[in-house]
Design a binder for this molecule. Structure first.
Ligand code: FAD
Ligand code: FLA
Length: 385
């Protein structure tokens, strides 16, 4: 059970979509939570974290519906219905078109039932974007990523959860941050930070560079995805995707997925390739009668996805902290303390679409650490987003 002598039960390290969603579900489950991070949701232009740069949609990349990642995606899809109903400027269910060069049976996709059915069409019977031979038409969610994380932060603050700015060099420091005080459980939601955070230093964690072009295109209303080669190594067919943002006339055009590339500098040749490929899929991106060069560009952006070989790490680790928490000028009060860490990082391309499912797992692992039953989740209690 949490200690009553401490002000907070759990410190969530990281204020991207995973840390914030987890913090909200933890509060709802009755925990006293604080959040600390070097990049905060207000830092909408910081390339120090991934969340503000997401497209952002729910478009699962899982093949197997029974995988932990697919389960997270499924829970998030279910919960996004409520977000869309209450905050349509942050999240909206719209038409998605996935284009393919070869037939992909709709019934082979695990999310067919979850999303209310995927309709398989061919170009003989349907005007498929870009003239591709095959497509799936279905409905899913788009999210305004930078506004959504601000919304999560504002919900947390309204529940008196402090969100403090700090950059830690070691995980052990998180157990006694000066403005927060001692905690015995830390949620490690540091994304790419888990590669270099002392005490985690996960060699499987790496960046996957994603370049996008943010444009103004009030006529483009559908999410169109040509992601056959996404995350693959087929250079011939580079991915292109069009993701409108809810509540405004902005559209995110993508994109690239380049593992182990740390550069946040946009490549303008790549930007032209994205604009052309997206215009081929959706001529409504340009003003009436215009070509791809007439698309109104707002900004060229790069975000580094927190990828991880083998997928996201969501697990409880028990450990002892002590000597590494000792910092120059600070008393050595935390020597040899038994603590826990719930890791929740490495979500790559899927942090938003996995976020609410991942948050539920974080609560379950937190309950496990504190020896509490997991009935809060079973009874369907989650943060009201
Ligand atoms: P981050 O957002 O990176 O947050 C990490 C947090 O940890 C930050 O607050 C950071 O400051 C903090 N931190 C790190 N190290 C330290 C430290 N040492 N000390 C203190 N704090 C630290 N996902 C989708 O689901 N759908 C999409 O359509 C989608 N599109 C994308 C498009 C692009 C171009 C990109 C780049 C990403 C996209 N993603 C999408 C992926 C998504 O953005 C990420 O998976 C998600 O943002 C990861 O969230 P996170 O909270 O794990 O990490
Ligand atoms: N998840 C998004 C990305 O990572 C995509 O770029 F759906 F757009 F692919």
């Amino acid at each position: 059970m949490p200690s009553q002598s401490q002000k907070y039960d759990v410190l969530v390290l990281g204020a991207g979509v995973i840390g914030l969603s987890s913090a909200l579900d933890l509060v709802e489950a009755g925990y006293r939570v604080a959040v600390a991070a070097k990049d905060l949701p207000e830092d909408s232009f910081s390339t120090g974290f991934a969340s503000p740069w997401a497209g952002c949609n729910w478009h699962t990349f899982e093949d197997d519906g029974s995988s932990p990642a697919a389960k997270r995606d499924a829970r998030t899809y279910a919960r996004l219905a409520k977000v869309a109903a209450t905050h349509p400027h942050l999240c909206k269910r719209i038409e998605f078109v996935d284009v393919f060069s070869t037939r992909v049976p709709a019934e082979s996709r695990w999310n067919n039932d979850l999303v209310g059915g995927i309709c398989e069409v061919t170009r003989d019977t349907y005007p498929i974007p870009g003239g591709h031979p095959h497509a799936h038409i279905w409905n899913s969610y788009i999210i305004h990523a930078p506004k959504y994380i601000l919304h999560l932060a504002s919900l947390l603050r309204s529940k008196n959860v402090p969100i403090v700015r700090t950059r830690l060099s070691s995980l052990d420091e998180a157990y006694d941050i000066p403005s927060i005080g001692p905690v015995s459980l830390v949620v490690n939601a540091t994304g790419l930070g888990s590669f270099s955070l002392i005490g985690v230093e996960d060699p499987k964690a790496h960046p996957a560079r994603g370049q996008t072009v943010l444009v103004r295109a009030p006529r483009a209303k559908r999410c169109i995805m040509n992601t056959e080669s996404f995350m693959g190594d087929d250079d011939a067919a580079k991915p292109a995707y069009i993701i409108p943002r809810p509540g405004c006339d902005e559209v995110v055009l993508g994109g690239t997925y380049i593992p182990n590339n740390h550069s946040s500098l946009p490549d303008l040749v790549e930007a032209d390739r994205i604009l052309q490929a997206c215009f081929d899929l959706e001529p409504l991106l340009a003003p009436q009668g215009g070509g791809w060069r007439d698309i109104e560009v707002i900004s060229h952006n790069v975000g580094l996805r927190p990828a991880r070989d083998g997928g996201a790490r969501v697990e409880l680790e028990k450990k002892v902290v002590g000597s590494a928490t000792r910092r120059v000028g600070r008393p050595n009060s935390a020597d040899k303390k038994q603590v826990g860490v719930v890791h929740a990082y490495g979500f790559g391309s899927a942090g938003f679409q996995a976020s609410l499912g991942a948050a539920e797992e974080v609560v379950q692992l937190t309950n496990e650490y504190f020896g509490k039953p997991n009935n809060a989740i079973l009874q369907g209690r989650q943060a009201k987003l």
